[in-house]
Design a protein around this ligand. Sequence first.
Ligand code: SF4
Ligand code: SF4
Length: 258
Amino acid sequence: MPKPKVAVHKFSSCDGCQLAFLDMGEDLLTLTTQVDIRHFAEAGILGEDEPVDIAFIEGSISTPEDEHRIKRIRANATLLVTIGACATAGGLQALRNLADAKAWTAAVYASPEYISSLDKVQPIRARVPVDFELWGCPVNSRQIVAAVGSLLNGVVPVDERDKVCMECKRQQAVCVVVSEGKPCMGPVTRTGCGALCPRFGRACYACYGPAENPNTEALGVRLHGLGLIGREIAQQFLGTTNQTPVFLDAAQRWKDTP
Ligand code: SF4
Ligand code: SF4
């Protein structure tokens, strides 16, 4: 039996999610015995237009060239899986959707006419059908190993949609809201990170995107009670996963509250 063919593609992003593949350690060696990697530029393997069984996509769509390339990749892939906050929810570069990107370009570059970018940054599913999404900024090797294992066995990967708070309790971390009054986004954010930030005394900043049934209104009221004004509460929802409708709605509702 020929091995399934896999590709890893990069769009507008920082490359951090592709590192989750390279950071797999021994699992990467095992993976290479099970799949035939046909394109992975960060690892030096080039074959962008080859037909594959699974295409993993990092990054969001932010240039006209991106629009054309993602359509080619979709046409060449049986399954398309997005990895990371940029691909699933726009990433930090999508914050320009909230501003006048052309004015920024004109202010930053001496010759802005050479900059080719779309007015709006979009997640991958806004442009082509996506079969599965792995959330996080960055995704971690555990997620990649689990998803690849499921896909190679013809099983839909587990969609982890619990809230970070659930994981926080499982890990026996001390709640930073209760103990230190920090503005934690864990109550509305999906898990997958192992509650990494709270375990180190940091507030979650929602990089895994919205959890199942997120109560953004209740969290906004709690953040207000901690002393944040509306604009600061809106910013809490506009991190790397800012292009998710539920977080955009929450930011819109809170932004003008004193
Ligand atoms: S999701 Fe985060 S780590 Fe991954 S490519 Fe985007 S900015 Fe980098
Ligand atoms: S620290 Fe954050 S994630 Fe953990 S229980 Fe408290 S609010 Fe939830």
